[in-house]
Design a protein around this ligand. Structure first.
Ligand code: NAP
Length: 540
């Protein structure tokens, strides 16, 4: 592929942003299978993406390790030994480091480099990309592998600058251990990050105060080290694991759940829920009944079940009631899975503060002041989530045809065709972008599907002598309408979740991921490709 640039600009075939699961595999496909001169630019000093940044205490995966990984190379899958069901952050980061070394990827990754702008040049069909350090590169293809949960959200609390202690965000955690010994710690946020870090911080701190705005559903992880027998069993299931994962709604290798609660008696439903509760993890949501996310009645069975478990675990009835979610259906917010989260509130050194009833007013030099009073703290942990799905892309100055900015284009919420491309932004691809199953699925499965679709598309363009691919605005409009239509059939609308952008003040309320499940989505993407990339405009 040829292109023209200025003398100071390095000239490539493809520019990839981010060296996590997506960026590593994208680089491998582009470089090793298509023979392109591709390069990854990464802000961090190592590979890992989300698993590079999220080093907070207790950070671990909540999909099981043997399918929260790549499937594209059986030898890689067979040779890597996971320690346990749900490995810690450092183990996943090491796995990705191993992948990068095994396929000699690091030589084409530039670390410590933040991409700040990407402008499309219509005359030469090139993306001109600039880094924070002033370095410039260009390429016909610009691919975001920047992740969907990588732009940390630190609420704009008055007085944070005046705080005399230390504060951290879980998604941007220091590389050195934070010592909580003897400290009074305040933790804001009860999503996955907050629920995972609470028991670990509580075990070390003098006192932990959890500031809860919304009580959250969670199921027990039931993490355990793999025994040699279990490992052997898993290793014999490569084909079966991935066939099942690809066939399932969420990319998990469970038998697809066909049954709805309406087909069973109350006793049978309780028994089935006992079973998935005992197994732990996401099986409760994705491996039980197929109507949990579409029927309020079905959802109530699961929600009541979890509330009963919370009441049965937490000794103080008032605290237990405060920890019981009542304002949204189970699963409508991305449910965490936990290890001893609710049990932690039985400890003497842990207290819970309801900041829905008495909101946080300010951070003071000595702690946090709510409408009820001041809590003195030495350390504040923000487990307050991310500007999800769009934040990271919108932090880059991206300009498409006619200098239109992505920020302007997405003013009223993200618009994409298939979550893969944005009309007006030719040759730009977004791996697991808004409008694709993305965060509603086991991410590595969705990532592989997108990476393979994108590299097949670029290969097909090369074979046909096509230089530019761009989503058709009408196809994009129709896709956005379809994504919304599907979401409206679910209970996802019933919660103020980050899926809807509701966690960021002023962000448009749009359901961002595609909720129809991976098989339907994969089929649609395959059909589009088979029909000459229907819905895209291709030109020489
Ligand atoms: P999150 O789910 O968005 O949770 C953020 C928490 O902070 C919520 O409880 C939120 O309350 C609270 N919060 C935000 N702003 C606040 C404010 N101004 N005042 C008081 N409370 C505030 O974020 P997260 O826990 O980092 O998780 C984000 C996603 O990352 C997860 O859903 C998951 O997809 C992924 N993740 C995965 C893993 C894993 O695989 N193991 C681990 C961690 C995260 P409201 O609910 O009221 O908004």
């Amino acid at each position: 592929m040829s292109n023209q640039t200025s003398a100071t600009e390095k000239n490539l075939d493809a520019i990839v942003v981010g060296a996590g699961f997506s960026g590593l595999y994208m680089l491998k496909r582009l470089r090793d299978e298509l023979g392109l001169d591709a390069r990854v630019y990464e802000t961090g000093s190592g590979v890992g993406g989300a698993w590079y940044w999220n080093r907070y205490p207790g950070a671990r995966c909540d999909s099981e390790s043997f399918y929260y990984c790549y499937s594209f190379d059986e030898a890689l899958w067979q040779e890597w030994e996971w320690s346990s069901k749900y490995p810690e952050q450092e183990e996943i980061r090491s796995y990705l480091d191993h992948v990068a070394d095994r396929f000699d990827l690091k030589k084409d990754i530039q670390f410590n480099t933040r991409v700040v702008s990407a402008h499309f040049d219509e005359v030469n069909n090139l993306w001109h990309v600039e880094m924070e350090n002033g370095e410039k590169v260009s390429a016909p293809f610009f691919i975001s592998a920047a992740g969907v949960l990588s732009s940390a959200n630190v609420p704009d609390f008055k007085g944070l600058d005046s705080f005399k202690g230390d504060w951290y965000h879980t998604g941007n955690w220091p590389h050195e251990k934070v010592d909580f010994t003897g400290k009074r710690v305040g933790l804001i946020g009860t999503g996955s990050s907050g629920m995972q870090s609470t028991p670990v911080i509580a075990a070390e701190a003098d006192h932990l105060t959890v500031f809860q705005r919304t009580a959250n559903f969670s199921t027990p992880a039931r993490n355990a080290p793999y025994t040699p027998e279990r490992r052997k069993e898993i290793k014999a299931t490569y084909m079966e694991t991935w066939d099942k994962a690809h066939a399932s709604h969420g990319g998990f290798p469970y038998e697809p759940t066909q049954a709805t609660t309406t087909e069973y008696s109350d006793e049978q439903i309780q028994k089935a829920l006992d079973g998935v509760w005992a197994e732990g993890g996401f099986k409760f949501l994705w491996g039980s009944f197929s109507d949990l996310m579409v029927s309020k009645d079905a959802n109530k069975y699961a929600a009541d079940y979890i509330r009963d478990k919370i009441r049965g675990t937490v000794n103080d009835p008032k605290t237990a009631e405060l920890l019981c979610p009542t304002d949204h259906p189970y699963g409508a917010k991305r449910p965490p899975i936990d290890t001893d989260y609710f049990e932690t509130f039985n400890l003497e050194n842990v207290s819970l503060v309801d900041v829905k009833k008495s909101p946080i007013v300010e951070v003071t030099p000595n702690g946090i002041r709510t409408e009820d009073g001041e809590y003195e703290l030495d350390i504040i942990v923000f487990a307050t989530g991310f500007d999800a799905m769009t934040g990271t892309l919108l932090n880059i100055d991206i300009q498409g045809r006619g200098g239109e900015t992505l920020e302007h284009k997405w003013e009223a919420g993200p618009k994409t065709y298939l979550g893969l491309q944005v009309a007006g932004f030719p040759n730009m691809f977004t791996i697991t972008g808004p409008g694709s199953p993305s965060v509603l699925s086991n991410m590595p499965v969705s990532i592989e599907q997108h990476v393979e679709w994108i590299s097949d598309c670029i290969e097909s363009m090369r074979d046909k002598g096509q230089k530019v691919i761009e989503a058709d605005p009408a196809a994009e409009e129709a896709w956005v309408a379809h994504v919304n239509e599907v979401a409206e059939m679910t209970l996802f609308w019933e919660a103020n979740s980050w899926y809807l952008g509701a966690n960021i003040p002023g962000k448009p309320r749009i359901f961002m991921p595609y909720a129809a499940g991976l098989p339907a989505y994969r089929q649609k993407c395959n059909e589009v490709a088979e029909n000459n990339y229907e819905g895209f405009r291709l030109s020489a």
